[in-house]
Design a protein around this ligand. Structure first.
Ligand code: ZN
Ligand code: ZN
Length: 136
């Protein structure tokens, strides 16, 4: 099923095709900082499942101080909204920022990661897979 979404100002728009490979909430410090949010939701697709249909994303690459591997943030140059990212550790895949879909509920979260750096008042749904650090 196709889904669509984009940035806050509407300059960048994307569509996705089919179901994500996985969708995860990440509480690592890199996600907190790049999203300005207590945790980030990444909805991971194969590259071929994601099409940018309007606008261009700008990129910022940084290297994780824990893994030593790069992450390339993709964001709208006009409004600054995080839209997507790619990771050295997941070649051929692109993550869409979970909050940027027009329908915020169409995907299901598979897990919460890096919860050892989560806010202490975080609560997790019953039955949710919760990992203190990364999963492969
Ligand atoms: Zn924008
Ligand atoms: Zn993270």
């Amino acid at each position: 099923m196709n889904q669509s979404g984009g940035c806050q100002c509407g300059a960048v728009r994307f569509t996705t095709t089919g179901d994500p490979v996985r969708a995860m909430a990440c509480h690592c410090t890199a996600c907190k900082l790049r999203l300005g949010s207590p945790y980030g939701i990444g909805v991971y697709f194969q590259d071929s499942q994601v099409q940018f249909v309007q606008g261009d994303v700008q990129t910022y690459e940084f290297v994780s101080d824990t893994s030593g591997r790069w992450i390339r943030n993709e964001f709208c140059g006009a409004c600054g909204s995080a839209v997507s990212w790619t990771l050295e550790m997941r070649p051929g895949m692109r993550a869409i920022a979970g909050g940027s879909f027009d329908d915020p509920d169409w995907f299901t979260l598979d897990a919460h990661l890096w919860t050892h750096s989560a806010r202490t008042d975080m609560c997790y749904p019953d039955g949710m897979a919760v990992y203190e650090k990364a999963i492969t």
